[in-house]
Design a protein around this ligand. Structure first.
Ligand code: ATP
Ligand code: MG
Length: 480
């Protein structure tokens, strides 16, 4: 249940908003002035405040200033008439989450409020990662006892204590966002806002303005000044998800913020200070993007100061039973049902599957099985056919049996991912980029022993030499 506080001095407006948000998932409180609103907040503890700018008594801006001073993480959306957008922009500078222009459009309001409530949840829920704390009291935990996940936990702890930029990498569904939120909730900035931006989801030409804002008239359609996330999130943490999808001009601006803590709005020339911690994530091999000149090398090194790589689930299969248990508990609590037991054959099957969609796929499989199960136990037949290998036209990919089969199926799923990436961006020249990267890795790993490196890669030494020459690799590795 989310809590919404409406502050407006007009009864009609309060009434119509109450009607828009009439839902069992939202609890609403109202206040008819800024002064009253400030009194209601500590008692009602809203997740979001919707407030009019122009009110008798204390106006919206002053009220916002006071809310920010005592509750910096509380999200506030301001409502304003067209003529007063300048005030709304002032409000954004003060850290308002967004503003709404009158007359209101119910669909837009619902969308905006939905996004804001999600952002509020992101900030509020503490993501625990210390394995000892993974009790049922925790809504959100990163589950994992495998050695590789222990390493991840250690790194989260180390990076959370500092203000360093962190780069979280891993395949889709491995838990990158969860890790980013864990860093935030354990950092000194946890009392300040956390804003997540998915760089792949925002059209290229809008991303820069989303991040840094724009001046009025900066481009066609920029009829009003806009405050970007970096300005809005001052003192907070920004999570740049899918950073590999960012275009070079935006990369340049990000680099500058990281280096000097300043930026300019699009179309503006006044430097603006930003005290923002950046956590970035990507499921693309950024090294290959750097090699293909798609991603700025200097930005890569700047982001890579602390690198947290989350291994794919198939490389830490010993975490699977633990995760299954966790999801069964989580899902049964959500659905207010008794947790179902799990047949041993189910766990065995889940442990063998190659999980191209990683933990997200596992969570979805358990969710589905929990619904499908007709008895108190989850059986093999309750799993999706591609996982159980039963019916549904047979398994698309064989469940890995021998080590050789496992490697082949891992290679297939990796190739599928790379292919998706190549399809989106042919400029990347995926085959040479990956080949080059593999050769570099193998040489580094073997201390430039070409015989061993060739063996590792499954090619002849002559082929390896050809690749080394073709890509000019020795120069890069500083070997004469
Ligand atoms: N170790 C874990 N313990 C518990 N839940 C996890 C774990 N890893 C991932 N999850 C869950 O799996 C889902 C996917 O995680 P998340 O969104 O963090 O992945 P991601 O790496 O950001 O994926 P994508 O690249 O597709 O954005 C979420 O519901 C998350 O809560
Ligand atoms: Mg993600």
């Amino acid at each position: 249940m989310s809590k919404l506080l409406l502050i407006d001095d007009e009864e009609d407006v309060r009434y119509s908003f109450q009607r828009i948000f009439d839902s069992p998932e939202i609890e609403i409180a109202t206040a008819s002035s800024g002064e009253e609103g400030l009194k209601v907040i500590p008692k009602f503890k809203p997740d979001l405040v919707l407030m009019d700018v122009r009110m008798g008594g204390m106006n919206g801006l002053e009220t916002l200033r006071r809310i920010r001073a005592t509750n910096p993480k509380l999200l506030v959306i301001l409502m304003t008439a067209y003529g007063t957008t300048q005030t709304a922009i002032e409000a954004m500078k003060l850290g308002a989450y967004d503003y709404l222009l009158k007359p209101f459009d119910a669909v837009k309001i619902k969308e905006l409020v939905g996004n804001a409530l999600k952002a509020a949840r992101d900030m509020k829920q503490v993501v625990s990662y210390e394995p000892m704390l993974q009790s049922e009291d925790y809504d959100l935990g990163i589950v994992g006892r495998s050695e590789t996940m222990q390493q991840v936990f250690k790194l989260i702890g180390q990076v959370a204590a500092s203000d360093a930029t962190a780069l979280v990498t891993g395949e889709s569904g491995t838990g990158k966002e969860l890790v980013a939120r864990a860093i935030y909730s354990h950092s000194q900035r946890s009392t300040q806002p956390f804003l997540a931006i998915n760089c792949a989801a925002i059209p290229e030409h809008l991303l820069e303005s989303e991040l840094f804002g724009h001046e009025r008239g900066a481009f066609t359609g920029a009829t009003l000044q806009r405050i970007g996330k970096f300005e809005q999130c001052n003192k907070g943490t920004i999570f740049l998800d899918e950073i590999g999808d960012m275009t070079p001009p935006t990369q340049t601006k990000i680099l500058r913020v990281l280096q000097s803590g300043t930026f300019e709005r699009v179309g503006g020339n006044q430097p603006i200070q930003a005290d923002v911690r950046v956590i970035a994530a990507t499921n693309k091999p950024l090294e290959a993007a750097v090699a293909a000149k798609q991603f700025r090398e200097d930005l890569f090194y700047r982001l890579n100061v602390v690198r947290i790589h989350i291994p794919p689930l198939r490389d830490r299969r010993d975490d699977i039973p633990l995760l299954v248990n966790y999801f069964v508990k989580k899902i049964s609590r959500e659905q207010q049902q008794h947790p179902k037991s799990i047949a041993a054959s189910v766990i065995k099957t889940l442990e063998k599957y190659h999980w191209p969609g990683n933990v997200r796929e596992l969570e979805n499989a358990i969710r589905r099985a929990h619904v499908m199960a007709k008895s108190d136990a989850i059986l093999l037949s309750d799993l999706p056919p591609e996982i159980s290998g039963q019916g549904g036209g047979g398994a698309a990919i064989p469940v890995a049996g021998t080590a050789g089969e496992a490697a082949a199926s891992d290679a297939a799923s990796l190739a599928r991912q790379l292919f998706q990436w190549a399809r989106r961006d042919p400029k990347l020249k995926i085959i040479p980029a990956v080949e080059r990267e593999l050769v570099i890795q193998a040489l580094k790993e073997t201390n430039n022993n070409q015989v061993h490196a060739a063996k590792m890669l499954g090619i002849t030494r002559a082929t390896l030499r050809k690749r080394i020459d073709k890509f000019g690799i020795l120069r890069e590795l500083n070997v004469k």
